[in-house]
Design a protein around this ligand. Structure first.
Ligand code: HEC
Length: 129
């Protein structure tokens, strides 16, 4: 009987030890918006958004400020299309108003980005409120 208890105790220690180590070393799962945040701030080729857009005080002003892009209530799909092929929304060279300011449609395509990357960037922009 005593041997049985000792065995159970040892097994319990092993299981709890395993769970503790697993909890400490398991990678933290980031949301799509968090991954998009990392991506837009990375130096990855083709991710050139800050050349023209400002987000939270940093970036250019050729394109609209995206700090509150989520407030415009565009769908994720719309944002993905805008990033990959903006000419589907705005005729190149035409002018449009976004948040009361006029812009000329000169945003380049970003066809080199993967579907996953487009989804992450769109999710990030949608989260900006
Ligand atoms: C060369 C400048 C330039 C670059 C680089 C650029 N944009 Fe743009 N962006 C613009 C301009 C100008 C517009 C206005 C509409 C257009 O040109 O299609 C715009 C519009 C947008 C809009 C639509 C805003 C709205 O709600 O109407 C989004 C979203 C956007 N850009 C995201 C991005 C992201 C994300 C990147 C990087 C992957 C990026 N842009 C790179 C210039 C740029």
């Amino acid at each position: 009987m005593k041997k049985g208890l000792t065995a159970i105790f040892i097994i319990l220690v092993i299981v709890l030890g395993y769970l503790a180590v697993h909890a400490l070393t398991a990678p933290v799962k980031l949301s799509a918006a968090q991954l998009g945040n990392q991506l837009i701030h990375s130096n990855k080729r083709g991710v050139d958004c800050f050349a023209c857009h400002t987000i939270n005080g940093k970036g250019g002003s050729v394109g609209p400020n995206l700090s509150k892009e989520g407030d415009l209530k565009h769908s994720i799909k719309w944002l993905e299309v805008q990033i990959a092929t903006p000419s589907k929304h705005f005729k190149p060279g035409s002018t449009m108003k976004i948040n009361g300011k006029s812009y000329m449609a000169i945003m380049p395509d970003h066809k080199m980005l993967s579907k996953k990357e487009l989804f992450e960037l769109a999710s990030y922009l949608e989260s900006l409120k």
